[in-house]
Design a protein around this ligand. Structure first.
Ligand SMILES: Nc1ncnc2c1ncn2[C@@H]1O[C@H](COP(=O)(O)OP(=O)(O)O)[C@@H](O)[C@H]1O
Ligand SMILES: O=C(CO)[C@H](O)[C@H](O)COP(=O)(O)O
Length: 559
């Protein structure tokens, strides 16, 4: 290992690849001080309506990205962060990255995304399938049903359900809808690993996504026999398209290549950390790596990650993976596919023009205006109750055919009422997740929040009240990027492991929001009604949401 003392005045760079942008932060190794940061918005954002190359309309529930946008983050955000930090590139000893997941790229043997080849530019399946590409639900249902029927022992590690967001559902969808793309792809690669490949020239598959999104458990993937029963042509999916040597979190995947040094302005040869997921990488940034400390990374979606000392099977969790957050512990993950996205949708499509005008005049966002108005209300005053499934349900139902619902609207309902009901619905969704963990014998002793939504104090108070738990808040506004920087420091040898680096470089403030007893009892009653709606629409008693989605798809196909 490199001399620890010599490295403590050095710098590392963390880069967080989010849903809409990438953010780079320059961090001091000694104490985690964030010296400068920069953001680069993806030029193509999320491709949901039409394919940029041809203008072709995409079916519902598609969400693609363009991989060159990610390289642009390296070319712009990293140099700009160095500039903002007034940092000398030669002081930087390592770079770490994290990505949304499961975000998948079909590539050739040299890592070229198929969508960059002339023959596939017009083919939607050749593009990046973003984590929230939800149109492989049919494949996901078959994957789950067959695994259940065959008693596959990996299924309970995923709470009994495999998500349409993950590698197998997305891979099977390509095979069945675009066999030429499937045949041409050398590997189906997590964007988290593709970006590390761009930085180092090496393809190393990270143990985190391999475990949570790639069904890699106890050193093995689903068997060829199982895959053949799913679809005979899928039998060799693992061997041909997925399996690759794994890198553990905190290890170095390689060193910065000459090409990547040119893009980023960083010195060639510095350590590049093994790739990681935006959620999992945040736990050390919030100093929450001990069993029972649940971190909710709240942004477009929410991911809940937590270490546990023992292996337990929690119904509807996204998964439990050995070493999935830090080596040596069982990492648990659960999540909500839509959170900030739901609030954002409402501000765009549900708020009358006068609110937008007022917000503009006052120089605040529509979110801030609605939050201010909604904060004046008592619990229950709006008379509404919502289900937070506008982007489907990741945990605990794992069903993206589900959709949003608001009960109780009258002619007196105002935009701030609905906005508050949506904030509350996402808090109830998190409560479902925590209760499910506790019921399965996995204690949740602390709730730590991170991510962009910590900026909304009303939302935070609602979570404290609905969960009846104090909220700890991460000390950094750039949680995932700081987490990536922590991994870079470990990969560069500045700390012996992620736990030691987290203690020195992470930060958290405890008891920032405390439950208010009268609100807690009000929400307890509302949560009982939420549970009724949740089970009625989500557990098969009423299939109306599925039927509505089917009708929508059919109508769109006929356009
Ligand atoms: N004041 C606010 N209150 C609640 N939600 C907000 C507010 N401002 C923005 N949002 C939502 O936050 C989400 C972005 O979260 P952020 O953490 O910045 O991004 P990401 O999850 O992509 O990293 C958007 O979906 C947006 O609708
Ligand atoms: O599922 C994930 C992690 O397991 C995704 O990365 C996440 O949901 C997307 O994150 P964000 O809300 O930050 O865009």
């Amino acid at each position: 290992m490199t001399d620890v003392l010599a490295l403590t005045d050095s710098l590392v760079v963390g880069v967080d690849f989010g849903t809409l942008s990438g953010r780079a932060v320059v961090v001091r190794v000694r104490d985690g001080a964030e010296l400068g940061s920069a953001v680069f918005e993806y030029p193509h954002a999320v491709v949901e309506e039409t394919l940029p190359s041809t203008g072709r309309t995409l079916p519902p529930d598609w969400a693609l990205q363009v991989p060159s946008d990610y390289v642009d983050v390296l070319r712009h955000a990293v140099p700009n962060a160095l500039k903002a930090a007034n940092a000398k590139p030669e002081d930087v000893i390592g770079i770490g990255t994290d990505f949304t997941a499961c975000t998948m790229i079909p590539v050739t043997a040299d890592g070229t995304p198929l969508c960059e080849l002339d023959e596939f530019r017009a083919e939607p399946h050749a593009y990046v399938k973003l984590w929230k590409h939800h149109s492989a639900q049919g494949q996901a249902d078959r994957i789950t049903d067959l695994a259940r029927n065959r008693g596959e022992k990996w299924l309970p590690r995923y709470g009994g359900l495999i998500s349409s967001e993950w590698e197998f559902a997305k891979g099977l969808q390509i095979l069945e809808e675009a066999p030429a793309v499937y045949a041409a792809m050398w590997r189906f690669v997590e964007a988290a690993d593709w970006i590390v490949w761009q930085l180092t020239g090496n393809y190393v598959r990270n143990a985190c996504t391999a475990g949570y999104k790639g069904i890699h458990q106890d050193g093995a993937y689903p068997s060829p026999d199982y895959l053949r029963e799913l679809n005979p042509a899928f039998e060799s999916f693992v061997v041909d398209k997925l399996a690759h040597p794994l890198g553990q979190l905190g290890d170095a995947a390689g060193t910065l290549s000459a090409q990547a040094a040119e893009w980023t302005g960083l010195p060639q040869g510095i350590a590049v950390a093994v790739g990681n997921v935006d959620a999992h990488v945040t736990a050390p940034a919030a100093q929450a790596v001990e069993p029972g400390q649940m971190v909710a990374i709240m942004g477009t979606s929410t991911c809940h990650v937590m270490n546990g000392a023992e292996l337990r099977e929690v119904p509807g969790m996204c998964g439990v993976v050995e070493g999935g957050i830090v080596p040596g512990l069982w990492g648990y993950e659960a999540g909500q596919s839509g959170v900030g996205d739901i609030f954002g949708w409402f501000t765009h499509h549900g708020v009358p023009p006068e609110y937008h005008e007022t917000a503009r005049e006052r120089g605040i966002s529509v979110h801030e205006l609605l939050t201010e108005l909604a904060a004046r209300q008592r619990v229950g005053e709006h008379g509404l109750l919502a289900l937070d499934w506008h982007s489907g349900n990741r945990s605990v139902l794992v069903d993206h055919e589900l959709s949003g619902l608001i009960v109780g609207q009258t002619l007196a309902t105002r935009a701030e009422d609905t906005y508050r009901a949506l904030l509350e619905a996402t808090a109830f969704g998190t409560r479902m997740i925590i209760d499910t963990f506790i019921d399965a014998g996995v204690p949740v002793t602390e709730f730590v929040v991170a991510g962009g939504l910590i900026r909304n104090p009303l939302l935070m108070q609602i979570y404290a009240d609905v969960l009846d738990m104090p909220l700890s808040v991460i000390g950094s506004a750039n949680g995932p990027a700081l987490g990536s920087a922590i991994h870079a420091a470990v990969a560069a040898g500045a700390y012996p492991d992620i736990r030691a680096a987290a203690a020195a470089m992470g930060s958290v403030e405890r008891d920032v929001y405390l439950p208010i007893p009268t609100n807690v009892s009000g929400y307890e009653e509302l949560f009982t009604d939420y549970l009724t709606l949740h089970d009625h629409f989500g557990r098969g008693a009423n299939e109306v949401m599925r039927r509505l989605k089917r009708r929508r798809r059919k109508a769109k196909e006929q356009q």
